[in-house]
Design a protein around this ligand. Structure first.
Ligand SMILES: [Zn+2]
Length: 155
């Protein structure tokens, strides 16, 4: 058994769609990034790569590479899973936290779990997603960005 942790944060800006866990979320702003800036999926990728001893997301999918411009991060997640399973590991489960002051994300949790599980070829019950605010504190609390954390267990 091996465990890995992933953390990511992206800035919220106007004129971008908000994609979290592969699910479009209706909101006045979206996350800024080279890909679709899906902060939750990036944290999942980093947790999986960490667990497998494969480095981090920036090593495998550099944001200087034009092939990743505006790409769905679910594609990066599927590639990440293939790298992890190619090393002989099986994914046991993920536990994730989204940090966002707004919008409210609870209603999207099940769809995010199902979408991430599908991209990873695992069961939705093996993906747990929690959402929390930061009680108005710091840059996330001021609505300047959204953060995500993930722990992945593989065997
Ligand atoms: Zn990211």
């Amino acid at each position: 058994m091996r465990v890995g942790i992933g953390y990511d944060i992206h800035r919220l800006v106007e004129g971008r769609p908000l994609i979290l866990g592969g699910v479009p979320v209706a909101y006045e702003k979206g996350l800024l990034g080279h890909s679709d800036a899906d902060v939750l999926v990036h944290a999942v990728c980093d947790a999986l790569l960490g667990a497998a001893g494969l480095g981090d997301i920036g090593m495998h999918f550099p944001d200087s590479d034009p092939q990743y411009k505006d790409i769905s991060s679910l594609k990066l997640l599927s590639k990440t899973c293939r790298m992890v399973t190619a090393k002989g590991f099986r994914i046991v489960n993920l536990d994730c936290i989204l940090f966002a002051e707004a919008p409210k994300l609870g209603a999207h949790r099940h769809e995010m779990q199902a979408t991430i599980a599908k991209a990873m070829n695992i069961k939705p019950e093996e993906v747990n997603i929690k959402a929390t605010t930061t009680e108005g504190l710091g840059m996330i609390g001021k609505g300047e960005g959204i953060g995500a954390m993930c722990v992945a267990l593989i065997e």
